[in-house]
Write a protein that binds this ligand. Structure first.
Ligand code: IMP
Ligand code: MG
Length: 178
């Protein structure tokens, strides 16, 4: 799997250090408040799993499943596959995603979550790719800013592969054409 990468952008250690920093910020923001973390699966599963274990305050965890991407290009359409199981009414929500790209996913999901009348909604992403933004949305908590590159690993996939890579990197061009 590692051999399919042209370049490693963030090592396992760099990611772990940054996730700890984000977790500290989330912790101090929500200390003493009813907090629900919403993980956008499947992409954010790895990030959210590491993140919540570094947040030492009471919280609830739920998942929302949406899909938009086929291959390396967004279809532009967001399909909701699974909604919330828990009630977020009177709770503060942090929506966690792997990457903020065009912004379509996070704005659609935020809109959806707001219908359940939470006290507040904030967003948290590991990666931010501002070059391709279509909507004016920024994450409240963000790990690393990257250029307009298609990346895989640490939850991020190319056609459902590479989610289990512990680092984040750029695929060799030969992978797309094969
Ligand atoms: P957005 O709706 O365009 O902001 O895209 C968000 C979703 O697109 C993420 O949750 C990812 O699943 C996917 N995505 C965007 N960029 C990449 C990438 O570079 N690699 C893998 N998936 C990506
Ligand atoms: Mg994805």
């Amino acid at each position: 799997m590692h051999n399919d990468l042209k370049e490693v952008l963030f090592t396992e250690k760099q990611i772990a250090d940054r996730v700890s920093e984000i977790a500290e910020k989330v912790t101090s923001t929500y200390q003493g408040k009813p907090l629900t973390i919403i993980c956008l699966s499947n992409g954010a599963i790895v990030f959210a799993a590491d993140l919540i274990r570094r947040i030492p305050i009471p919280l609830q965890l739920d998942t929302i499943s949406v899909s938009s991407y086929r291959g390396t290009e967004s279809t532009g359409e967001i399909k909701m596959n699974k909604g919330l199981k828990l009630s977020v009414k009177d709770r503060h929500v942090v929506i966690v995603d792997d990457i903020l790209d065009t912004g379509l996913t996070l704005s659609k999901v935020s809109e959806e979550v707001l219908k359940s009348e939470p006290l507040s909604v904030q967003t948290c992403v590991l990666l931010n790719k501002p070059a391709r933004r279509k909507l004016a949305i920024e994450a409240d908590f963000s790990g690393f800013e990257i250029e307009d590159l298609f990346v895989v690993g640490y939850g991020l996939d190319y056609d459902e592969h590479y989610r289990n890579l512990p680092c984040i990197g750029v695929l060799k061009e030969t992978i797309y054409s094969s």
